[in-house]
Design a protein around this ligand. Structure first.
Ligand code: PBG
Length: 329
């Protein structure tokens, strides 16, 4: 019977594990993961972040063996963020490129120890700024053009320390071109830029700001981060970033913005990455702790959904747990 809809039974393609595996459309492996890590000055430190269980502020000595463990699980890219002491912060984030900066020294040491691993950094003023904003604050406003030279110095210092991928997360206009030019003039043509392209003014960054004590001292980030209501604007940002020289473009957060990941993937030919941010991970940790969700199943489904939406790489605090799961499978 040609018109009998029961001729077509999608369940046949789901009838066994073997057939399900054969027709599986989306793949995810440890090679897609980028692990965000918090670094603190000192030694012997492994301090759990209160609002982000399972994640720590590490001192370098404790971090090195941890990186080795994670590499054995196949995680090869790490985004390292500095937790800077309050007294080192100032209006213009000078510590970000200071020669005594513990973070830059640590980068050098990590690359020396594990040259095969990829290190990514964040370029934005907030962890170093006494105002807690990503750009320079003047008369209560976050000024764009005067921020750019500061970001350039920060990016250059990171490149000199050996960073492989620069991640401008500040959302200032023109910063990708400005950083690219600075890197190139100084001979760092091989250093990549993964631009935070569609970074939204989101409620989901809370635990990250706890980890670094980097929350804005006044106001919010809505004059530079994007309005969660907008998707067409993401196309403008992406076009600019690609034209200005971004090698990869990122959508952040990930879960509430799968449509944005999808639309950037459809419209641009550079790799698209997703940042599964701290608040998105904290929700899962909290629910799993209460026994309301199965942690392993929930993180697998979340990360898979980001790949299905079109993400190439995924920054996620679940990286180690998920890579451990993959190894067991
Ligand atoms: C710094 C920065 C933030 C995050 C990454 N880089 C915080 C912010 O913009 O306020 C958030 C990451 C996360 O929540 O996991 N500009």
């Amino acid at each position: 019977m040609k018109n009998d809809p029961m001729n077509i039974r999608p369940r046949r393609n789901r009838k066994s594990a073997a057939i399900r595996a054969m027709v599986e459309e989306t793949k995810i492996g440890a090679e897609h993961l980028i692990y965000p890590i918090f670094l603190k000055d000192g030694s012997g430190i492994r301090e759990e972040v209160g609002s982000l269980p399972n994640n720590y502020r590490w001192s370098l000595d404790k971090l090195l063996p941890e990186l080795e463990d994670c590499m054995k699980l196949g995680i090869m890219t790490y985004d390292i963020f500095p937790a800077v002491e309050e007294h080192l912060k100032d209006k213009t984030a000078t510590y970000s490129y200071h020669e005594d900066n513990f973070y830059l020294k640590a980068i050098r040491k990590i690359k020396e120890t594990f040259p095969e691993l990829m290190l990514m950094s964040d370029v934005a003023m907030d962890p170093y700024s006494s105002d807690g904003h990503d750009g320079l604050v003047k008369d209560g406003k976050i000024v764009n053009d005067e921020t750019l030279p500061i970001l350039n110095k920060m990016a250059l210092a990171q490149a000199q320390a050996g960073i492989d991928i620069i991640g401008p997360s500040d959302m200032m206009d023109g910063r990708v071109a400005s950083i690219r030019e600075t890197l190139d003039i100084n001979g760092y043509t091989e250093v990549s830029i993964m631009s935070y392209t569609a970074k939204y003014a989101s409620a989901f960054y809370g635990p990250f700001r706890d980890a670094l004590n980097s929350a804005p001292k006044s106001g919010d980030k809505k004059t530079y981060q994007m309005n969660p209501a907008n998707i067409r604007e993401a196309l403008i940002e992406a076009e600019l970033d690609v034209t200005e020289g971004a090698d990869m473009i990122m959508v952040k957060p990930a879960l509430c913005y799968l449509d944005v990941i999808h639309v950037l993937k459809e419209n641009f030919n550079v790799p698209v990455t997703a940042y599964n941010v701290s608040g998105e991970c904290a929700m899962v940790y909290a629910a799993a702790e209460k026994g309301w969700l199965n942690y392993d199943l929930a993180i697998s489904e979340m990360l898979l959904s980001m790949r299905r939406a079109g993400a190439d790489g995924i920054l996620t605090y679940f990286a180690k747990d998920f890579a451990t799961l993959l190894k067991k499978r």
